[in-house]
Design a protein around this ligand. Structure first.
Ligand SMILES: [Zn+2]
Length: 326
């Protein structure tokens, strides 16, 4: 199908008579005296029909073709151009944009819910030890000054508990701090600072194997970088929230509260338990002593359990069973 028109090269006002041929469904040939252009429907723009005014085919670089015979042009393009008109293209582009937005939003949600955990893990495992040390030390100072009270435990008992530490591999990496004021509790910071409360030691009623299990569990959290993962994750979500809301003040508090509260996920608790079990076995301590601790805790009036890891997850029985399994 051929259509005739006048070609203007965009540089001079000289009109060149040309013939336009649309081949297949995309190739457009423009031929005239000294003019031979091959292009595609995608690369040209055909103006809409307004009555019988001449229509324009815009080519690249300001070149245009005036078409006087609208019917011939319509006929030439009717076979295929309808499927690829600009409007149609724009519309499909718009749905592509919409789809992209939906995918992006889903991606962000996925990132917050799941992806951030994976990314946090990668980040936490790759942070230099000096960073862990610094963050952990700072956090410990913050908690110590703000929340903890000095231990009233007899020095003799402190020495006895500290001696348990020598059973651990790489015990030198950790420092045990005796404190009180936060109920039956123990927690560990990425710097290797481990806090155990008088209340917990009293609660153990002289069962040092139980305390050994609790400490092993805490070291498991450090070894598996749980608090670092939580901090990284909390700060990532905080950054995202801050990015969208412009409010970054929550970021700092989220960061600290994740350390202080140390509400680990069930998965983290499982990992720490598994580490404790293995460590206890290696050190010749029966893992049933840690199970005993969980049992004892669950029998306690739950309102009396102030804070800590052990009451945040009700699936205590599952943990006890896992520890008692051979
Ligand atoms: Zn734990």
């Amino acid at each position: 199908m051929k259509v005739t028109g006048e070609y203007f090269d965009g540089k001079s006002s000289l009109a060149h008579p040309v013939e336009i041929t649309i081949i297949e469904d995309y190739v457009v040939m423009v031929a005239g005296e000294g003019i031979n252009i091959k292009t595609t429907l995608d690369d040209i723009h055909i103006s809409s029909r307004v009555g019988n005014t001449p229509r324009l085919i815009k080519l690249q670089e300001d070149a245009v073709i005036h078409i006087g015979d609208n019917d011939a042009l319509d006929e030439a393009i009717s076979g295929f151009y309808h499927a690829s008109t600009r409007a149609h293209k724009l519309e499909s582009r718009r749905s592509v944009v919409l789809l992209s937005i939906v995918i992006l939003v889903l991606g962000v949600v996925y990132f917050i819910v799941d992806g951030s955990s994976r990314l946090a893990k990668v980040v936490a495992y790759n942070l230099p030890a000096t960073v862990e040390k610094k963050i952990g030390t700072e956090a410990f100072k913050y908690i110590d000054e703000g929340i903890l009270e000095a231990s009233k435990l007899k020095e003799e008992k402190q020495k006895e508990i500290s001696a348990l530490f020598t059973k651990f591999d790489g015990a030198k990496e950790y420092k045990l701090h005796f404190r009180r004021g936060i109920g039956i509790n123990a927690f560990a910071l990425p710097s290797g600072d481990i806090v155990i409360t008088d209340e917990l030691i009293e609660f153990s009623e002289g069962n040092n194997d139980m305390i050994f299990g609790v400490l092993a569990h805490e070291i498991g959290h450090v070894k598996r970088k749980h608090s670092m993962q939580m901090m990284v994750k909390a700060s990532m979500v905080g950054i995202l929230v801050g990015y969208f809301t412009g409010d970054v003040s929550t970021l700092a508090t989220t960061l600290m509260s994740s350390v202080v509260q140390a509400k680990y996920s069930r998965e983290f608790e499982k990992e720490a338990d598994a580490f404790a079990k293995e460590t206890m076995k290696k050190s010749g301590v029966d893992p049933k002593n840690l199970a005993l601790f969980f049992e004892k805790m669950s029998k306690k009036d739950p309102t009396h359990i102030e804070t800590g890891y052990f009451d945040s997850h009700p699936a205590n029985q599952e943990r006890i069973d896992a520890l008692l399994a051979p």
